[in-house]
Design a protein around this ligand. Structure first.
Ligand SMILES: [Zn+2]
Length: 435
């Protein structure tokens, strides 16, 4: 603001001011308006004229009401102000410019008044007065983050920022980020309409600032991208599998690990509508809002053995296989036959003779494919000339469990199962124990 006035008095004489107002809104031109000019002569102060010849005029220059000096001729000050404004106007033709301080020039009459040096007044002006723009502030959560020419510029830039987070772009971001979106799903998303809003509290206010601080649209947009969070929401539809349930029926008559499926499970499918919430295009929330079952899953039903297998034998051995005793324990062809032979066709199930743990699965010289079960009570049993193995080394096997198939491997004269029982490492006659 720039005010020029004349409102002073001499003894008995009132001058009511001439007020010059510079209108900052009027394109920066200095408009001088004569507000009033009135001369009153007081009837009781006729003596005032006596000193008329000693009266001189000084122009008092004030910034925001604080005087910085008084000079005899204000033209230099007026010129300085005018030039200063014109120079900025030339640089920033589309901004509304004004001074940062209220500058007033007040004419006063003095008796032998002494003024300030004009140069000092101009120096003081130069250090304190700046041209500033009447701009618009973008206030985000109470903090000014940018200045623009006007409110309309800010509003338009906000609108185009929001528009940049349209559906298509958001979908591309999701596709790139999530990695598990099928092209069909991405297409589906594109067709949905999103709802875009700003997370922060936004205010647009009038504000004064140096002209060079006023941002043009591209810089304003960049500043907004850093200071404003665009929240976009839209819906998407996905088809998902419904995993089947498993219904386990315990069976105490069967050993643990002995599972049998009686109904095969089958996954179902459902269509789920999700609300996706994104901030600046980045997915921050995914909420299921609706779902439709397309196909119900089929529950898998299985029977599970719960009986604990004893790893220790009870000493009551059973026959390891069906078959005819073809060779007994004892002396044979001048050698000790350490077990018994049971003539069986190749592939006949071989059962463990008592509870225990499988300690050997492999080939043994003379025995061919061979398996040894340790019964944990000082007894071991050995099964030879096998065709194949069912149990693995380390398995706990219950009495009667199928552990192998009989065969004709190793030093054998025909398909049969060779069976030994050892007590404390010494072979004994199985026939004494078998039941
Ligand atoms: Zn034998």
């Amino acid at each position: 603001m720039f005010i020029e006035r004349m409102s002073s008095w001499t003894k008995g004489t009132w001058f009511h001011g001439v007020k010059f107002v510079q209108d900052t809104k009027n394109k920066g031109k200095i408009a001088f308006g004569i507000m009033a000019a009135l001369l009153l002569v007081s009837g009781t102060a006729a003596g005032g004229y006596v000193y008329q010849s000693n009266v001189n005029t000084l122009y008092h220059i004030s910034l925001d009401g604080k005087e910085i000096g008084s000079i005899e001729n204000p033209d230099a000050v007026r010129k300085w102000l005018g030039d200063r404004l014109a120079a900025e106007k030339k640089k920033y033709p589309d901004l509304a410019l004004g001074f940062n301080k209220e500058i007033s020039i007040t004419e006063k009459q003095h008796y032998n008044g002494k003024g300030t040096r004009q140069e000092d007044v101009l120096n003081k002006l130069a250090s304190a007065v700046q041209v500033e723009a009447n701009a618009a502030q973008l206030v985000v959560d109470g903090q000014v983050i940018a200045y623009a020419r006007d409110q309309k510029t800010i509003n338009q830039t906000l609108t185009s920022l929001k528009a940049s987070y349209n559906e298509k772009k958001a979908t591309q971001n999701l596709t790139a980020g999530a990695g598990n979106v099928s092209p069909e799903q991405a297409k589906q998303m594109e067709s949905d309409l999103s709802e875009v809003s700003i997370k922060e509290n936004i205010q647009i206010r009038e504000g004064k600032i140096l002209p060079e601080q006023v941002l043009k649209e591209p810089q304003l947009m960049n500043r907004m991208k850093k200071g404003v969070t665009i929240v976009s929401k839209h819906e998407t539809v996905e088809t998902l599998a419904i995993p089947y349930r498993v219904n386990v029926k315990p069976d105490p008559t069967k050993y643990r690990g002995d599972d049998k499926t009686i109904v095969q499970g089958k996954n179902g499918s459902k269509q789920v509508v999700y609300e996706l919430v994104k901030e600046n295009g980045k997915l921050v929330q995914k909420n299921a809002v609706h779902q439709k079952i397309l196909q119900q899953p089929v529950t898998k039903v299985m029977i599970r053995g719960t009986k604990v297998k004893p790893s220790r034998g009870d000493g009551q051995f059973r026959m390891p296989s069906a078959g005819i005793l073809s060779s007994p324990f004892g002396k044979r062809w001048g050698r000790i036959h350490a077990g018994i032979d049971l003539a069986t066709p190749i592939g006949t199930p071989v059962h463990t003779s008592d509870h225990g743990r499988v300690t050997f699965v492999g080939i043994k010289r003379g025995y061919g494919k061979c398996m040894i079960v340790d019964h944990g009570n000082g007894y071991q049993s050995l099964y030879g000339h096998l065709d194949g193995f069912v149990a693995k080394k380390g398995d706990i096997v219950a009495k009667g469990e199928v552990i192998a198939k009989s065969g004709n491997t190793g030093r054998s004269t025909g398909p049969h199962l060779h069976f030994e029982i050892h007590k404390d490492g010494e072979p004994i006659n199985p026939m004494l124990f078998l039941r």
